[in-house]
Design a protein around this ligand. Sequence first.
Ligand SMILES: Nc1nc2c(ncn2[C@@H]2O[C@H](COP(=O)(O)OP(=O)(O)OP(=O)(O)O)[C@@H](O)[C@H]2O)c(=O)[nH]1
Length: 567
Amino acid sequence: MPHVTRVENPRWLNSLSRYSNPGRVVNVCFFIVLLFSTLLTWREVAVLEDAYISSQRNTLENVAHELNNQLQVNIDRLTFYRNGMQAALATPLAFDGLQNAESQFQQKREQHQWSISLNNQRMLPVYGVSDTFVEETTLLSRDYPLLNNELSATLEVGYLLHLSTTLRRTTQQMLYVSRAGFYITSNALDRSNDVVEQYYSLVTSPWFVEQSQHSNPGRAMRWLSWMADTPNGDMRRVALALPVDYQHYWYGVLAIEFSLQQMKQLLTVATQGEEDGEFRLYDKKMNLLASSMTNNGTTPSPLSAQEKAQLAQAFEQDTRGGLRFTTRYVNWEKMRNFDGVLVRIHHLDEGVRGDFGTISVALGLVWTLFTSMLIVSWVVIRRMVRNMSTLQASLQWQAWHDGLTRLYNRSTLFDLAGEAAKQCEEQGRPLSVIQLDLDFFKSINDRFGHQAGDRVLNHVAGMIGSQIRQEDLAGRVGGEEFCIVLPGATWVDACAMAERIRARINNREILIGKSATLRISASLGVSSSDDKGLYDIEYLQSIADNRLYLAKQKGRNRVCCQDEDSQ
Ligand SMILES: Nc1nc2c(ncn2[C@@H]2O[C@H](COP(=O)(O)OP(=O)(O)OP(=O)(O)O)[C@@H](O)[C@H]2O)c(=O)[nH]1
C-alpha cells in the first residue's frame, strides 16, 4: 500500500488533535473526576478529624477543669491553715489550756518522745521528740523566741484540722510538721507507732526537705510525688506542701498527703459522665498516679517507654496537645493546680464506634463505592471509545479506498493528487500522471467469469503497488482503469516507469482457477507538468487518458507518451 504524503497542518492543530484523541480525553476526564472526588473525600476526612480532635480536647478540658476544682479546694485549705498559723504565731490565743500546754512542753522537751493533748476531744494531740534529737539534725532547730507561740499555733491548727476532718469526713492526711521537733496529723500515720520514727520519716520526706529557704526560695506551694517506705512496702504517695514562715523565719511545713487510691478517687469524681476513653494522671516525671480504668493497680494498656518519651517531649513544648500512636489517640493537658499532666487515651476501636468513626467509615465506603463504579464505567467507556475509533478508522478507510484492489478510489486519488500537485508547483518539482487500462478485459470476464476478472484486477493493483515509490499515489479510477500520480517524476521518468509496469503486467502469467493461466496486457498513457507546463491534475489526467486511447488505437499493450500529431 503506497504511503500518502498529506499537506501538513499547523503544529498547534496537530498537538490539539493529538490531545483531543477520544481515548485520551476519556482518560483525562476520569482522572480529573477521580482526583476531585478523592480530594473532596480527603478534605471531608480532614474536617472530621479536626472535629474529632476538638471534641477530644473539650472532653479532656472538662475533666481537667473538674479535677482542678477539686485540687483547688485543697490548695485553699492549705493556704487558710498557713494564714491561721501565721496569725497565731503573731498573737496566740490567751487560753489557759494553751498556756498549760506550753508549760507541759517545757517539762517534756527533754524526753525521748512525748505528746501534749488538751484532753477536750476537740483538738488534735501534738507529738514531739527530744531536744537532743533536734540538735543532732541540721535542718531542725528549737532555738528561737516564738517557740511557745508556734506550739500554741500548732494546737490551734490542730483544732481546725480536727474540725474540718470531722465535718468533711476527708480521708486525706493533713499535717503540720515543725522544725522544732513536733507535729500534728489529722489521721493516724500508717508509717509506725513510734513517735520518733514517725517524726524522722516526716522530716526526711521530700515535701519537707525541699521546703528550706534554699530549696524553695519563692516559698510557693508545691506538689510532690515520691516512693514512700511504708509497712506495706514501697508505695507512691503524692503531697501538697506549703512552708510556714513568719518574719523571714521558716517554722515548719503544712502538708496534705494523698495515697494513690485517693488520687484515683479524685479522678473518678472528675470523670463522672465520661464513658469513652481512659483518663490518666501523671506527675511531671511521667509516673502514673491514677487511671480512670485501673484494675487491681494495673492500667489496661500501659504506655511504652517510647510513647512516654514522645509525650514528655511534647509536654516540654506546650501546655496541651494530642499525639497519634498506632492504635490510640493520646490527648493531654497540663494541670493548672497540679504539677503534672492529665492524659486521655482514646483507642481506635472506641473511635470507630463513636460518631466520628461511623461517619468516617461511611465516607470511606462511599468513596470506595464511587471509585469502583468510576473505574468500571471508565473501562466500559474506554472499550466503547476504542470500538468507535476502530469503526471510524475502518469507515474512513472504506471511504478512501477501493475495496477490491485496496488502492485509492477515484475521488480520494484526485483529492490527494491535487494537494501533491500544489506542493510540487510550490517547490518547483515536476509531477507526472500515468493512466492505465487493461486490454480486452471484457473477454476475461466472459471467458473465466467475473471472479477471475476480480482476481486479475487485484493482481494488477499489486504489481502497480510494487513498482511505485512511497511518495507516489495509485488509484482505481474506473472498472479496469488505473491512475498513477508521480510527484517529483519528470516526463522521461514517468514514461520509463509506465514501460516497466506494462512489461511486468505482460510478462507474468496469472493463475486463474486450478490449472488455467492467463497472460494479460495493458495500454498506458503518460502526461507530465514539465511536458505541458501545467500542474492542473484534471488536465494532466485528461492528457494521459487521451494518450491511453491513442495506445489502444495503435494496437494496445503499449505506452503512449506523446500526442499523435507530435509523434
Ligand atoms: N470482474 C470485474 N469486471 C469489471 C469490473 N468493473 C468493470 N468490469 C468489466 O470490465 C469490462 C470493460 O470492458 P470494456 O470497457 O469493453 O473494455 P475492454 O474489454 O477491456 O476493451 P478495451 O478496453 O477496449 O481493450 C466490462 O465487461 C465490465 O463489466 C469489476 O470490478 N470486476
